[in-house]
Design a protein around this ligand. Sequence first.
Ligand SMILES: Cc1ncc(C[n+]2csc(CCOP(=O)(O)OP(=O)(O)O)c2C)c(N)n1
Ligand code: SF4
Ligand SMILES: [Mg+2]
Length: 329
Amino acid sequence: MKTIDYKKQTFEPVKSFRGAPKEEMYVPGHRTCAGCGPALNYRLVAKAAGRNTIFVGPTGCMYVANSSYLCTPYAVSWIHAQITNGGAVASGIEAAYKVLMRKGKYDGPFPNIIVMAGDGGSVDIGLQAASAMMYRGHKVLFVCYDNEAYANTGIQTSPTTPYGANTTFTPPGKEIPEGKRLFPKDPPQLFIGGHPLLKYAATTCVAYPLDLMNKVRKALSQDGPTFLHMLCPCPKGWKFDEKLTMDMGKLAVETGMWSLYEWENDEYKYSHIPKKYKPVGEYMKHQGRFSHLTEEHIAKMQAFVDQKIRKVKAQAKPVAAPAPTPKKA
Ligand SMILES: Cc1ncc(C[n+]2csc(CCOP(=O)(O)OP(=O)(O)O)c2C)c(N)n1
Ligand code: SF4
Ligand SMILES: [Mg+2]
């Protein structure tokens, strides 16, 4: 069979904020809440990916608040998918481009096809299509922008909502005082563990913009399916002061609630491991979703995080820490 030159793009890493692409592909014109982590995430992903990009947006806040009639922040192609089928729509677009190139009707470069799905659209309602896309080996970057809830419909619990969170489906009460009882799913492990053609997976967070942009660029330079799990604090759902979005992201990493790693060729590399982790209470105390919890519940959360930290330490191969986010004077 004839091999086709897909003219895949290779992105150089962004070394500093000054060296980041100037062009914005996610521009003003949206209606997300002030301090919205997923909106900032979109801006950074779009900036890192550039003009030759097609976004697939399953239903969620980043569809509903971003696609009001005659008003949109997307400066590149964007298509709405059902919350269930982001992976399937992206697979179809990717396959169509390959056919066009095979028939000589399009000469490249191959576009960056990026699914921007919420946690619900990635590892719950959208899981089947995401998994099938990765299993078949489509050259698509699947992003789970994780605000840890079904936010758009009024903050219902999702499989990535943390233990102890108060959501509209897990309200704390007499019978279940801690609110959510279950601990969250682990999306990257779900995909790494079960998809032989997956080329690259990584976790990142909007509070580490250089880390985030470079992981997007690395993922887009691969020749097959890739997955990024991005922590995106949501002031409305987590009930914190909207000016604290970046602080919430940083505290998540500093307490061990979240870690920043890459997985490639069956190896893990960590881009930021705190020398001394802060107690999880430092992170939780700012968030109204945890305000009903007792000392006992917080200790249960700490035990869960301690176990995660032990795993990080066991598999860590530290790499250069990302540059810290500049503080406003
Ligand atoms: C099949 C189906 N079920 C339910 C809904 C209602 N719905 C719309 S957006 C949404 C929440 C999506 O959550 P997530 O994927 O985490 O994105 P977020 O809103 O948090 O950005 C839900 C449940 C729907 N659109 N389609
Ligand atoms: S509810 Fe959360 S994710 Fe949705 S627009 Fe508001 S801040 Fe953003
Ligand atoms: Mg969500």
